[in-house]
Design a protein around this ligand. Structure first.
Ligand SMILES: Cc1cc2nc3c(=O)[nH]c(=O)nc-3n(C[C@H](O)[C@H](O)[C@H](O)COP(=O)(O)OP(=O)(O)OC[C@H]3O[C@@H](n4cnc5c(N)ncnc54)[C@H](O)[C@@H]3O)c2cc1C
Length: 205
């Protein structure tokens, strides 16, 4: 908001932003793979590294894995499955890598594929047919959010939810919605932020 406003408004957003040092981004992977998974297998997983270990170039010790359902031929061809994998990353870090970017992306990709081979029953790199890895740089290209900042502001016990950016601003007619405002990230959170703005607009008119 600082970049697209001026004067008092710019100053307001500059001051608000001081309270928030980090914003989440994501490393995501899409994999198309031959289906050699066990019959009775849940579709959603969170795979944790041993305590204290982190995924390289990420800000997390775990990955989320969502699989297409066997037989869902809209998401994968017959006999294949689609896997969507994600973990948290800090956008500024990825934008600072420059000539080291490609190597870092390859390293994180290899690490996650190795992890899946160890922890996800039926997963083998030999069965992969398509694989793409995305970083905050890719997310900026896809959704135009500055530095690929998707996933909102990190939740913290040190910061009360009540201190998050409110939807109402001191400027007539300017309201805020989305995952960087109260009550934060996630579809339920951003939906509630939209409902809050709707209620406020109705009340103010
Ligand atoms: C990998 C990943 C997994 C997630 N999984 C879950 C989950 O399982 N459950 C859950 O509840 N939440 C999940 N989330 C979080 C959820 O997706 C977000 O919190 C939510 O989408 C944020 O909504 P938003 O409207 O604030 O922003 P967005 O959904 O990012 O919408 C912002 C929109 O503005 C557009 N835009 C940006 N700049 C401009 C511009 N200059 N002009 C015009 N348009 C512009 C963008 O293209 C985009 O469409 C996940 C997020 C990620 C990244």
């Amino acid at each position: 908001m600082q970049d697209i406003t001026a004067g008092n408004m710019k100053q307001y957003f500059r001051e608000k932003a001081l309270g928030f040092e980090e914003v989440w981004g994501a490393i995501t992977m899409g994999i198309g793979i031959k289906d050699e998974f066990p019959d009775e297998m849940p579709l959603h997983h969170q795979i944790h590294l041993p305590e204290g270990e982190m995924i390289p170039h990420a800000s997390s010790g775990s990955v989320f894995v969502s699989m297409s359902k066997r037989g869902d031929t809209e998401r994968a061809k017959e006999g294949k499955r689609t896997l969507n994998i994600s973990t948290h990353a800090l956008p500024e870090y990825w934008f600072s890598l420059h000539e080291k970017y490609d190597a870092a992306k390859q390293e994180v990709e290899n690490f996650i594929v190795n992890l899946l081979e160890q922890k996800l029953p039926g997963f083998s790199r030999n069965n992969i047919e398509v694989l793409h890895t995305a970083t905050p740089v890719s997310w900026q290209n896809w959704v135009y959010r500055k530095k690929g900042r998707v996933g909102g502001i990190p939740q913290s016990m040190a910061r009360s939810l009540l201190n998050w950016i409110p939807h109402e601003t001191p400027f007539k007619g300017l309201y805020l919605v989305g995952d960087t405002t109260y009550p934060g990230q996630g579809i339920p959170g951003v939906t509630l932020s939209g409902i809050n703005v709707y209620s406020r607009v109705i009340k103010n008119h």
